[in-house]
Write a protein that binds this ligand. Structure first.
Ligand SMILES: [Fe+2]
Length: 377
């Protein structure tokens, strides 16, 4: 068994105030650059951090499901500035983009050349992650997911030197997050925790973190969704849950839910968390026979009192469906995905590196069945 988590984590409300000193004293950086998206730039969050970063060059063109063309274009400009630190501020997209750019600054070339594990020859620049949503987990993982626009495929670029050097997780940064983003990113975090727990590579350490993450997320997501501004405890618990889920899946794996949502994300600009929310219940139903005891354990943790493991697991799946409905997550058929794409989505999902981690074996037809059943609900 191996557990790897080399990032230094600062967690706490108001922690962002220490950004300047973390950059100069912890990271000894003199020429950092910052990667974010236009939404963060508009939201006022960027203004909150800029006074601590005098003269910093900001790259705010990262889109949802970041694209290889965008990354390659920004990398050329970024290299000319000779930075010594990349800061990522935002949800999963700016954080994943920041990791990819830190790699390209020291290795050259285009991001497509680094798909896979440890394809870099030089260590990437140090990366400082500042999440502003409650779901990505990217602040504590070694992977960057970038869409190859030519192949319409989500590439995983990863390696032990791609962990953020430092992460600042400040729950106050999600204080103004709109309810729809709390719902989608919070359910992404729940999916990370549940999949990490049920995945084949799960260990005692990842199980401990995943179970606590499920408990924290289920206990806080609705309070945060309803009134995040005034719910400090729920903000903190949701962020703790999200980061702990990141520890867990980063050291075990995700399963078929993410295989499907990553395939959909490569073809459509559907938020990652929405796709996960839609496919978590049907994939759990498929996996139930292979992980009945563990799933029933999650059910009991969530307050379900059924004694029979199958009944408890089914009640857990139903509870997640009802939670998604209360959080206004759309149904699969409302996402604008046409049935003629199911075959391609199923094929891409089967090819995903995480398919072998699913607790129940899956072939392409199983993915196709899940897509068709989910569409009918
Ligand atoms: Fe995810």
């Amino acid at each position: 068994m191996k557990f790897h988590m080399p990032s230094k984590l600062y967690f706490g409300s108001g922690e962002i105030k220490n950004l300047g000193s973390i950059i100069t004293e912890d990271l000894k950086a003199k020429n950092p650059v910052l990667v974010t998206d236009a939404g963060i730039a508009r939201s006022g969050l960027l203004e909150k951090v800029l006074p601590q970063l005098p003269g910093i060059q900001v790259f705010d063109q990262i889109e949802a499901n970041p694209k290889s063309d965008t990354i390659n274009r920004i990398a050329e400009e970024m290299r000319s500035l000779a930075p010594d630190l990349v800061i990522g501020l935002g949800g999963g997209s700016p954080l994943d983009a920041g990791k990819a750019l830190a790699l390209l600054c020291t290795n050259g070339g285009r991001i497509e050349a680094y798909e896979g594990r440890e394809k870099y020859s030089q260590a990437p620049l140090p990366f400082l992650a500042i999440p502003t949503t409650c779901g990505t987990g990217s602040e504590v993982t070694w992977v960057s997911v970038i869409t190859d626009v030519n192949r319409k495929f989500k590439m995983s670029i990863k390696g032990p030197k791609m962990y953020p050097a430092v992460s600042i997780v400040d729950p106050d940064l999600i204080r103004t997050l709109p309810p729809s983003i709390i719902a989608s990113t919070g359910l992404d975090a729940l999916t990370h925790a549940v999949e990490a727990y049920l995945s084949k590579p799960a260990t005692l350490i990842t199980d401990t973190q995943a179970v606590k993450a499920v408990d924290l997320i289920l206990g806080s997501i609705e309070g945060a969704y309803t009134d995040i501004k005034n719910n400090r405890q729920d903000r903190e618990n949701l962020m703790f849950g999200s980061t702990m889920a990141g520890f867990a899946f980063g050291n075990s794996d995700v399963t078929a839910v993410h295989c499907i949502s990553e395939s959909i994300g490569a073809l459509y600009d559907i938020p990652h968390g929405i796709a996960n929310s839609v496919f978590l219940p049907p994939v759990l139903s498929y996996n139930l026979p292979a992980c009945r005891e563990k799933m029933a354990g999650l059910a009991r943790l969530s307050g379900i009192r059924e004694i029979d493991d199958t009944a408890a697991s089914e009640a857990f799946i139903e509870m997640i469906k009802n939670l998604s409905t209360r959080l206004s997550i759309p149904r699969f058929k409302d996402l604008g995905i046409t049935k003629d794409k199911f075959d391609q989505i199923a094929a891409m999902s089967f090819e995903n590196n995480s398919t072998p981690s699913n607790p129940r074996p899956m072939v392409k037809q199983d993915y196709l069945n899940i897509l068709e059943n989910a569409y009918g609900q």
